[in-house]
Ligand binder design. Structure first.
Ligand code: HEM
Length: 388
């Protein structure tokens, strides 16, 4: 992992952009924070749907497709206004600060129960025992799906993100995921409750606001984005803290620093390494670089958090930093909808584990911690820890 970040340090010395040959031609990767904000903040000139880079007369109208990939991957993250605005409005009410704060007592109960169940073991993989189940139980309850199916979601969302899968199990897992979503929609249509899926099904049934394909892909996105990222905020953050015992000691002495520590984990070892792609809708010049119409552009969020022009001593974990210069939740109109929930889950997760298992420590040398091989989500394979 550190090598990855060392490489960013070298690349920052060469400038804010990296240009690379890619399946769609030349792609631009952005590592400068100022440039990244300019691009993500300019959703008119940097669009998500490639069609919107073409002159209007050359665009082909979007057809509703119910193939496996559209059902899962054609999400709000791949649309522009007005579709994006409509889709985002449908779910953003569920994730306001007020709505999310109301979930705190239940999240606390979940964290305590998980620890009650494994406390006596004395050692184990913190991802399996704690970092994974906590956010998946929360998102299942919010959506209205049984948390007992959580191990299936783990397999499916790893397939969705292309983590540790061969081609055969990849397609099989995606098909099982789509079928599961289909059954859930059907069930909630017949048995509505006060949950997000019931509300989305109701929105679909009541007119033009959500197509069937959009309903599927929205649920898939919420299941995947709702836990895979938060798991790794807890996992990467905990690993960073246990590797840097000086920072752990500071946090134990000054627990009020928890919010600042979480922002620092998002900067130092954030779970989302790359944004999804944007395309230049016209020729645009940024910091002297000409980005031609149609060029795919991806921001390397992990590198922008260590941009030496914006962040002092970026390679140092410092939970007392006052300015939180990171883009861990993205920026602009696609800024993470779930950020308030992720922050709250992380806060409860860190506070509870440090209170209940105050001498938790790594059970292996830091050098042997291994990360999953995928470019989008940065997460550990295992986090072996001990406590007594
Ligand atoms: C630590 C946890 C999380 C991190 C680091 C994270 C990060 C991100 C990032 C970087 C984006 C923007 C991607 C881009 O612009 O290409 C994003 C978008 C999104 N996130 Fe999160 N996320 C987290 C948790 C969550 C949770 C808990 C949910 C929902 C329950 C969620 C739902 C979404 C959705 C729906 C979008 C798309 C927003 C849009 O297109 O307008 N995320 N997230």
């Amino acid at each position: 992992m550190s090598n990855y970040y060392d490489r960013y340090e070298q690349l920052h010395a060469e400038g804010p952009f990296i240009s690379q040959q890619h399946y769609m031609g030349r792609t631009i990767y952005v590592i400068g924070q100022k440039e990244a904000k300019q691009i993500l903040g300019d959703h008119k000139r940097f669009v998500k749907d490639f069609q919107n880079t073409l002159p209007p007369e050359q665009r082909t109208p979007k057809v509703q497709s119910n193939d496996l990939f559209s059902l899962l991957y054609d999400t709000m993250l791949s649309t522009d206004a007005p579709d994006h605005t409509r889709l985002r409005a449908l779910i953003s009410k569920a994730f306001t600060n007020r709505q999310v704060q109301a979930m705190a007592p239940r999240i606390q109960q979940i964290a305590d129960k998980l620890i009650d169940d494994f406390e006596a073991k004395g050692s184990g993989d913190l991802l399996d025992l704690y970092a994974f189940p906590l956010p998946i139980i929360v998102i299942c309850e919010l959506l209205g799906i049984p948390a007992k199916d959580r191990d299936k979601f783990r397999v499916w969302s790893h397939a969705f993100l292309g983590i540790s899968m061969n081609d055969h199990t990849y397609v099989e897992s995606l098909m099982a995921f789509v079928q599961y979503i289909g059954r859930t929609i059907q069930y909630r249509r017949n048995h509505p409750e006060d949950d997000l899926i019931s509300r989305l099904v109701h929105a679909e049934d009541n007119g033009e606001r959500l197509s069937e394909q959009e309903l599927f892909s929205m649920i898939a996105l919420l299941i995947v984005a709702g836990h895979e990222t938060t798991v790794n905020l807890i996992g990467n953050g905990m690993a960073a803290l246990l590797e840097h015992t000086d920072q752990l000691a500071i946090l134990k002495n000054r627990p009020e620093l928890i919010d600042s520590a979480i922002e620092e984990f998002l900067r130092y070892a954030g779970p989302v390494e790359f944004t999804t792609e944007r395309y230049a809708a016209e020729d645009v010049e940024i910091s002297g670089k000409l980005i031609k119409r149609g060029t795919p552009v991806t921001i390397i969020l992990g590198a922008t958090g260590r941009d030496p022009n914006e962040v002092e001593n970026g390679s140092k974990l410092d939970i007392t930093r006052e300015a939180h210069q990171h883009m861990g939740f993205g920026y602009g109109v696609h800024y993470c909808v779930g950020a308030p929930l992720a922050r709250l889950e992380a806060k409860i997760a860190f506070n509870t584990i440090l209170n209940r298992l105050p001498n938790i420590r790594l059970a292996v040398p830091p050098i042997s911690l291994e990360y999953n091989e995928t470019s989008v989500v940065r997460g550990l394979k295992k986090l072996p820890v001990r406590w007594d």
